[in-house]
Design a protein around this ligand. Sequence first.
Ligand code: SAH
Ligand code: SF4
Length: 396
Amino acid sequence: MPDAPKAPITQDVLTLPRKAVEGGKVNLVGLTRDALRDALIAAGTPEKQARMRAGQVWQWVYQKGVRSFDDMTNLAKPYRALLAEHFVIEVPEVVRRELSTDGTRKYLLRIAGGHEVEAVYIPEEGRGTLCVSSQVGCTLTCSFCHTGTQRLVRNLTAGEIVGQIMVARDDLGEWPLPGRHPKDEQRLLSNIVLMGMGEPLYNFENVRDAMKIAMDGEGISLSRRRITLSTSGVVPEIARTAAEIGCLLAVSFHATTDEVRDQLVPINKRWNIETLLGALREYPKATNSERITFEYVMLKGVNDSDEDAHRLIKLIEGIPAKINLIPFNEWPGAPYERSSNNRIRAFADIIYKAGYASPIRTPRGEDIMAACGQLKSETERARKSRRQIEADAGLS
Ligand code: SAH
Ligand code: SF4
């Protein structure tokens, strides 16, 4: 459960200004195409050339993984020097990398201000998914989520979000060889899920800018169908996600009555199930897409009955949907237990028979606390365990 009262649900949280690094130099990672073009002009690039230069720089940074202007060999030397004078290419620092027995990799990343976030790479048959964080902590307090016990520290910048993809590609060693387009490769990092720490729709602009770079043909170059944004249900931002990002959508549904959902996903008190479903009905039409993924965490005796399964089917009627059942992942002090395998299978069966795909998500990277809902900053974790130790010793 949350260990401290939190700020009210709000979008008004601090994002670090972009112009933060060394001597006023601008980090060009995370700048939109237009912002980069403007910044290049401000640094002295002739206006007529700026669009082309921005494209060239993007290709070096996002397609070839280059981190030094010196390596941008199709640019004249004096121009490289000009870039180095005004810009840096900065990605989060990998503080630690943990490797699970199942091949999952968890990265502890340090960002400006000394804050820490986690990103998780999950290799699967024929694809590899990076689970990306959007905030340090979370303003919301979902009672089953480890991140929800951590106070929000700040929003990540677009550069810090796209930077997570870049450091994972560094670690996987998958920047393409010269002359080869990334699409030619069998990509190790082929999918992105915004399911790490934070509520992406409370950091909308930065998430959008980062995902635009991820989807751009001169950027990371992933299809919008390979990107899934997960929200707890920030209703006003759902239509905006369709209009301005257009990726796949997942929603943390988790309950079939407002009474239970108020407890599990407190944002439900602001936008209840009916309001949420209204927004979800419009999403596939607006994006001309695909199914919405309903995430449903299986909590013993709380939301896992046959009645819940039947109610769920009724609620989502008419929405193209897939129901992703997530066995609850435990964390120290968690107030819930995971439903039994038999219960989960019975629940899945009812949904499947109603005509919906109902995969049961295999927990990945549990041994390194990398599974869904287990992420939390290391500094915070350490602080908590110290407090715990003191409590155990009768010191507090
Ligand atoms: N804030 C966003 C995205 C991050 S959470 C959201 O809530 O959708 C990613 C997914 O993991 C969500 O569906 C979340 O509900 C789920 N989750 C959180 N804690 C969990 C836990 N302990 N066990 C299993 N799933 C969990
Ligand atoms: Fe935040 Fe998502 Fe965790 Fe809820 S489940 S506390 S919205 S990260």
